[in-house]
Ligand binder design. Structure first.
Ligand code: ZN
Length: 399
């Protein structure tokens, strides 16, 4: 009898140990620190007693960044949290399953650039680091926008003929101005946003392409709005695009680096730099908190994989043509045709390239990219490449 009772108690003990989380597993937030670098970059550091998982996502109206920490409690008071002129407030709370939630409410748009955990060292315990980019306040943005939209060249040369019907047999080109809305993309040395330059360029290119009367042209966005990478790709597929050209401009820490490059899809990046770039461009969807989990099945389909191989040949072929033409006009990077796993290029059946028009971190190149005449030069070279690509494709179809 006593033996059974002992066994019974032992089983209860085991069950309690397994089922109830031990106190030592739970992390405690001990402090939240905020550092602002160079005016627009903000680093949030959350001091933690233990290692913990974390989930970070943005919410809008008002602009908020939410940090969820499972099995985490707080050892700080809201009143003791840092105050900043770009912050409305920081709130602390607990949701189900003892998830500690930190909500930072901003008085302007904000983009999550990266987040990572730091291991304990030099007197610090575990730290969660979140890097953010603050956007200009809306009124500041309006003041500077007209200069970035310097479209004077294009506006003088409006398409001669306005046709209402567009023959179906003309190739359809989808131009994709990178970023938009709450996602500014790279921010240039003078404060120019990548999203404005890419849209300005796309509109110029559209005008020139339509002037040839050889193509139909559609843009993934016509205004300053946020569109996920997946939606851009889906749009190109849904309209049966014959070519997809995504437009971007880059920014890196080395201010001396400049030059254009063009990317085609590869699961394996051509170099470390290309890999890093794809990573940062792909992050856009994570920034917006969009769930891309529905995609994997499509992408793993073997037939699609085969189609993609064929498509990749076309993409690479076009990229080579593009570089041949652009090289005549403007400065390009060494090995200017590169390969990386850009999410936006992953349409299995639409030949796709991504143009990084230059570096916004380079003073001269940023200035050039802001000039409509410079973009016009680039757009003209792109039109020549597109002409030659479709001319040869057309020939190949009849041989
Ligand atoms: Zn970009």
């Amino acid at each position: 009898m006593t033996v059974f009772r002992h066994i019974f108690c032992f089983l209860i003990f085991i069950a309690a140990t397994v089922l109830c989380p031990r106190q030592s597993d739970a992390a405690i937030v001990q402090n939240i620190r905020l550092g602002d670098q160079s005016g627009s970059s903000v680093r949030i550091v959350v001091d933690l007693s233990e290692k913990t998982d974390f989930k970070i996502f943005p919410l809008s109206n008002p602009d908020r960044v939410v940090i969820d920490l499972p099995k985490t409690s707080f050892d700080i008071k809201e009143s003791a949290l840092p105050k900043k002129d770009y912050l409305n407030k920081i709130r602390l709370g607990t949701k189900e399953a003892q998830t500690g939630r930190i909500v930072l409410e901003f008085n302007r748009g904000v983009v999550i650039k990266k987040s990572f955990l730091l291991t304990p060292q030099s007197g610090f315990q575990w730290r969660l680091v979140v890097d953010l980019e603050l956007m200009a306040k809306t009124d500041e943005l309006k003041q500077v926008t007209p200069e970035w939209y310097d479209n004077s060249v294009t506006e003088e040369k409006k398409p001669v003929r306005q046709t209402t019907e567009t023959p179906k047999n003309k190739p359809l080109i989808v131009l994709d101005p990178g970023h938009g809305g709450k996602d500014p993309g790279a921010i240039g040395v003078s404060g120019v946003y990548e999203k404005h330059l890419t849209l300005a360029m796309a509109k110029q290119l559209k005008t020139l392409l339509e002037k040839t009367e050889r193509y139909r042209v559609k843009l993934t966005r016509e205004s300053d709005e946020f569109i996920s990478l997946y939606a851009r790709r889906r749009f190109a597929r849904s309209v049966n695009a014959d070519l997809f050209v995504s437009l971007h401009a880059d920014s890196i820490r080395k201010p001396g680096t400049r030059g254009l490059s063009v990317y085609t899809l590869s699961e394996k990046a051509s170099d470390k730099e290309a890999e890093k770039l794809a990573e940062s461009e792909n992050k856009v969807d994570l920034i917006a908190g969009i769930d891309l989990s529905g995609e994997t099945q499509e992408v793993t389909d073997i037939l699609i994989d085969l189609a993609r191989r064929e498509t990749n040949n076309h993409s690479s072929y076009f990229a080579e043509k593009l570089m041949t033409e652009i090289r005549k006009e403007i400065m390009v990077l060494p090995n200017s045709h590169r390969f990386a796993g850009f999410a936006v290029l992953k349409s299995p059946d639409v030949p796709s390239v991504l143009i990084e028009m230059g570096y916004l971190s380079n003073k001269e190149e940023e200035k050039l990219l802001r000039q409509a005449s410079y973009r016009e030069k680039l757009a003209k070279a792109t039109v020549r490449a597109i002409n030659s690509y479709f001319a040869e494709k057309h020939k190949a179809n009849f041989n």
